[in-house]
Every structure is written in C-alpha cells, then in structure tokens.
Ligand binder design. Sequence first.
Ligand SMILES: *[C@@H]1O[C@H](CO)[C@@H](O)[C@H](O)[C@H]1NC(C)=O
Ligand SMILES: *[C@@H]1O[C@H](CO)[C@@H](O)[C@H](O)[C@H]1NC(C)=O
Ligand SMILES: *[C@@H]1O[C@H](CO)[C@@H](O)[C@H](O)[C@H]1NC(C)=O
Ligand SMILES: *[C@@H]1O[C@H](CO)[C@@H](O)[C@H](O)[C@H]1NC(C)=O
Ligand SMILES: *[C@@H]1O[C@H](CO)[C@@H](O)[C@H](O)[C@H]1NC(C)=O
Ligand SMILES: *[C@@H]1O[C@H](CO)[C@@H](O)[C@H](O)[C@H]1NC(C)=O
Ligand SMILES: *[C@@H]1O[C@H](CO)[C@@H](O)[C@H](O)[C@H]1NC(C)=O
Ligand SMILES: *[C@@H]1O[C@H](CO)[C@@H](O)[C@H](O)[C@H]1NC(C)=O
Ligand SMILES: *[C@@H]1O[C@H](CO)[C@@H](O)[C@H](O)[C@H]1NC(C)=O
Ligand SMILES: *[C@@H]1O[C@H](CO)[C@@H](O)[C@H](O)[C@H]1NC(C)=O
Ligand SMILES: *[C@@H]1O[C@H](CO)[C@@H](O)[C@H](O)[C@H]1NC(C)=O
Ligand SMILES: *[C@@H]1O[C@H](CO)[C@@H](O)[C@H](O)[C@H]1NC(C)=O
Length: 439
Amino acid sequence: MWVIWVMMLLWWPTTSSNVKPGCQEKCGDVSVPFPFGIDNLNCAKNESFLLTCDRSKTPATLMFGENITTLNISVEEGIVVASIDSAMRCYNESGLMQETLFDQSIDLGGGLFRFSDTRNKLTAFGCDTLAGMGDWSGSFVSFCGSFCSDNRSVSMNITGDSCSGIGCCQTPLPKSLNSLNIILDTISNHSQFWKFNPCDYAFLADESFNISELKQSIDLEPLKVMKSKITIEWVAKEETCEAGKNSSDYACGRDARCVYSKNGQGYRCLCNEGFRGNPYLPEGCEDFNECEEPENYPCEGTCKNTLGNYTCSCPLGMRGDGKVGCQGYRILTIAAENNSLIQVLGFEVSDDDAEMEEIEEVAELAKRCLSSSVKRPSMQEVAEELERLKRLNYNFSAQQNSEETEKLLGESSFSNLEITQQDTHSVNLSEIENYSYSI
Ligand SMILES: *[C@@H]1O[C@H](CO)[C@@H](O)[C@H](O)[C@H]1NC(C)=O
Ligand SMILES: *[C@@H]1O[C@H](CO)[C@@H](O)[C@H](O)[C@H]1NC(C)=O
Ligand SMILES: *[C@@H]1O[C@H](CO)[C@@H](O)[C@H](O)[C@H]1NC(C)=O
Ligand SMILES: *[C@@H]1O[C@H](CO)[C@@H](O)[C@H](O)[C@H]1NC(C)=O
Ligand SMILES: *[C@@H]1O[C@H](CO)[C@@H](O)[C@H](O)[C@H]1NC(C)=O
Ligand SMILES: *[C@@H]1O[C@H](CO)[C@@H](O)[C@H](O)[C@H]1NC(C)=O
Ligand SMILES: *[C@@H]1O[C@H](CO)[C@@H](O)[C@H](O)[C@H]1NC(C)=O
Ligand SMILES: *[C@@H]1O[C@H](CO)[C@@H](O)[C@H](O)[C@H]1NC(C)=O
Ligand SMILES: *[C@@H]1O[C@H](CO)[C@@H](O)[C@H](O)[C@H]1NC(C)=O
Ligand SMILES: *[C@@H]1O[C@H](CO)[C@@H](O)[C@H](O)[C@H]1NC(C)=O
Ligand SMILES: *[C@@H]1O[C@H](CO)[C@@H](O)[C@H](O)[C@H]1NC(C)=O
Ligand SMILES: *[C@@H]1O[C@H](CO)[C@@H](O)[C@H](O)[C@H]1NC(C)=O
C-alpha cells in the first residue's frame, strides 16, 4: 500500500492549467492558452488577445477578428496558425465574371500581431495571372506573375510539389507586416486560358502549402473560394525586455524568461529550462520530472529530479557523469550475486546525510540477493572480483564519485567481510523495506 501510494504521488500527472481560473480552455478542437482568452475579457490579457468562439458551427470555430479562423495557437513558438479566404477571379469566354470576384483584405489589429515573414509567401495560381499585395497604409507593394504557354503547360498537370513560376508563383513578405491587401489582375484577358483555367487565385500560404492538394480541390470545385493556412507571429508587448521587467505590466510569470521576436519589435515569454507550462500565467511554469523522460534526459545511474534540473549519479563503484556515461565496474551486480546479503548491507546508511540514492541501491541489492534466479558465481570468483575492485577503488579514490564506492568497499567494511556461506532466504525482506522507508 505504502509503495503504491508513493508511486502515485510521483507519477500523477500535474494538472497544470493553460488558462486563468474559471476560463474555458478550448473552442472546438483548438486550445486557447493565456494570454489569449475566449469571449470573456477577464480571461484574456486584454482586448488584443480576446478571441470569439462561434458555437453555431460544428465543431465550434475560433475566430481571430471577423474573418480569420484560428486553427492552432502556440505559446512556445509565439504563433497562431489561421485560415483565410484566398483572393479569386473567374473568367468566361468574354472576360471577367464580376460576380465571383474577391479581393482579400486583412488587418491583424495593432502591432502585437504580424504575418510571419519566414513561414508565409504570397502565392498565385493561374495561367495569365498577376497577383499583388500591399499593406493598408500603402508603404509596401509586391507582385508576382504566373503564366503558361498553352494548355499543356506542366503547371496545369502538376506532378511535383513545387511552385515553379509556370502556372504558379510565390514572393516573400517583408517583416513587421500586420495588414494586407491582396489583389488579382490579368495581363491579357484570359481568352486563351479560360476553358481549362477559369479562375485565378492569390493567397498567403505557409509551409504547409501543397500545390498538388490545391490543384485537386480546384478540380473538385472550380468556382469556389479557396482557403489557405497562414502563420501569424505575436509578441506580448512591444517593448524591450529591460523596460518590460521594469514595468508593473511585465508579461512573463515566475521561472520564465523574456525573448525577442525576430519579426518586428517586442518580446514574448518562455519557461526557463527545466520548467514547462504557460509562461504568461503568474505561476504557469512548473518543474517537471526529467527522470521520466530518459530519451530526452539520459541517465545511466540513479536519476533524481531537482527544481528545474535533475541529477544523475553513477551506480555504486562506477565513476563519471551519469548524464554522459559511467565508467568502471558495477559493484552491485557483482556483490548482489553473492550470497551474503547482510554483510553487503553492513555499511553505514544511518548517517544523517544518508542519501536517498544509497537507500535505493540497498533496496536493489536486496532484491537481487533474494532472487533465486540469479546465477551465482563461485566463491573464488567473487573473492577475486572484490579484491580487484578494491584495488581499482584504491587507485581511483581521488576521483569524483568514489565516496560511495569507498563506503561499500572501504577498508573497515571490506576487511570485516568474511567468506562464509549463508542462507540468503533467512533475511526478512520486510525488515529491509521498513528500514528504507523509516529514513
Ligand atoms: C497544434 O500544433 C502543435 C504543434 O505545433 C501540434 O502538436 C498540435 O497537434 C496542433 N493542434 C491542432 C489542433 O492542429
Ligand atoms: C481578348 O484578347 C484577345 C487578344 O489577346 C482578343 O482577340 C479578344 O477580342 C479579347 N476579348 C475580349 C473579350 O476583350
Ligand atoms: C461572361 O460573364 C459576364 C459577366 O458576368 C456576362 O455578362 C457574360 O454574358 C458571360 N459570357 C458568357 C459567354 O457566359
Ligand atoms: C471581413 O470580410 C468582409 C467580406 O469579405 C469584409 O467586408 C470585412 O471588411 C472583413 N472584416 C475585416 C475586419 O477585415
Ligand atoms: C489544348 O490545346 C490544343 C491545341 O493547342 C487543343 O487541341 C486541345 O483540345 C486543348 N485541350 C484543352 C483541355 O483545352
Ligand atoms: C499529364 O501529363 C502526363 C504526361 O506527363 C499525361 O500522360 C497526362 O495525360 C496529363 N494529364 C492531363 C490531365 O493532361
Ligand atoms: C502534397 O499532396 C499530395 C497529394 O495529397 C501528396 O501525395 C504529397 O505527398 C504532398 N506533398 C507534400 C510535400 O506534403
Ligand atoms: C494589450 O496589451 C499590450 C501590451 O501591454 C498593448 O501593447 C496593447 O495595446 C493592448 N491592447 C489593447 C487593445 O489595449
Ligand atoms: C527602470 O526603472 C528605474 C526606476 O523606476 C529607472 O530609473 C530606470 O531608468 C528604468 N530602466 C529602464 C530600462 O527603463
Ligand atoms: C543542470 O545542471 C547541470 C549540471 O549538472 C548544468 O550544467 C545545467 O546547466 C543545469 N541546467 C539548468 C537548466 O539549470
Ligand atoms: C593500481 O595502481 C597500482 C600502482 O599504481 C598498479 O600496480 C595496479 O595495477 C593498479 N590497479 C589497477 C586495477 O589498475
Ligand atoms: C560471498 O558470499 C559468500 C557466502 O555468503 C561468502 O563466504 C563470501 O565471503 C562472500 N564474498 C565476499 C567477497 O564477500
């Protein structure tokens, strides 16, 4: 019972929250971590981070502003992945079909949000197509053109994944862009192409853009407005970390650090190394147990979680940094195969500064000694092995991590060790357990 209870304490997942108390964590499938909040202004840092959840749709849809559907929010990366409509123009035999014209216009509202300049590109698709983008103030304009020589053009029969410039073009975005107009135009009047390329499209597309998929959905629904995924980057505040830390309105909580955006001014927050959670909540960053993730936090010996880090000590008799690798002979393996449990346990554990590791080692040793399945070496072999270890220990005694070895193989305990046969099964296991837990 004792043991089970202790294990539950250690392994119970910490129910760390990503939102303010009493606030909703999700809208549909999308998690909404603080500083973002849904519907209620008390749940968001301020109006800039307030999103609406449209529950009239199934699944419920998270909206950023009026026309931007939010698909994912990452605190770690400081991004929002969203979906917007593409600009679109369709043509018939005699020219532009006015009723299906759509030019996209988006404002991210304020400076905290910017289109990612590294992940998004303006992308146009069509055979006689000129796409333009600019910000709302008109301080920046950029174009890309896409043309085909005829209807057999590779671009309209796409086998690859790239947007090559024939039938599809892409152009990058400037930094700090937070409003965008996208327009479409044509050089000639599309008369050559309208039969097999009735509509042109222009949109922002992030890394997930796949031209084959686009082509497929155009083939399925030729006159429908396309959606595209975009990546929006955000900061907590448009000021320096120094000024932020000085102000009463500093965005980062305890055990969190301040990092700068690579896309425009301002900072955002990350949990310190060794902590996880939401860095924007006052106590959102929490220590986690590295020892439970040996693939990320290696340890060859005894792993122990500490606040914001972990320690790893090599097994008794071995030396080195357990996080990197231990050298030497594992005394326990050899000693545990011996029959003499009581003698091996006869080192000083009752010190005030006896380490938990030591107790764990003893428990492990006891387990091994009592296991009848272990193949026991001959007495002669054991004696020789221990003698060798003693010499080894002596030679390395100046080195780190040898204190434990000394404790086990130290002059006093070793010289008192007598080579006498004993019945291991006479040792009462519960006594050892009680001994361990009473410390
Ligand atoms: C959001 O992104 C994270 C990684 O960035 C991913 O693990 C998660 O599945 C995504 N969630 C949705 C709903 O797409
Ligand atoms: C479109 O352009 C072609 C030549 O490029 C011309 O022959 C045709 O009359 C034009 N059609 C319209 C509707 O303007
Ligand atoms: C092409 O579209 C225009 C504008 O909608 C319309 O006036 C015209 O009749 C259409 N032409 C054909 C051939 O459908
Ligand atoms: C949302 O889209 C509609 C129609 O496209 C447009 O009139 C409106 O201005 C857009 N709203 C915002 C905030 O961009
Ligand atoms: C492509 O153009 C050729 C002539 O250049 C024509 O014979 C063929 O029907 C066209 N195909 C389509 C799908 O428009
Ligand atoms: C696409 O190109 C291949 C040859 O590369 C051709 O066999 C196939 O018929 C083409 N498909 C269309 C729809 O034009
Ligand atoms: C693009 O989509 C096609 C069809 O769905 C798929 O076969 C291909 O692997 C995708 N390419 C990438 C790079 O994801
Ligand atoms: C929200 O807070 C940020 C940082 O304090 C600030 O830059 C922004 O203007 C605020 N938004 C509103 C709508 O007050
Ligand atoms: C921080 O605050 C102190 C006193 O309020 C002020 O003297 C100092 O200049 C401030 N530092 C920054 C970087 O704003
Ligand atoms: C954890 O401890 C090691 C020393 O064992 C140190 O090098 C490392 O920087 C620490 N990591 C953190 C996040 O404090
Ligand atoms: C320990 O050191 C002594 C003398 O330096 C040497 O003779 C002996 O072989 C060493 N033992 C081991 C196990 O390395
Ligand atoms: C191993 O156990 C046997 C039997 O209990 C004992 O005689 C012997 O001394 C032990 N060997 C060492 C080196 O302690």
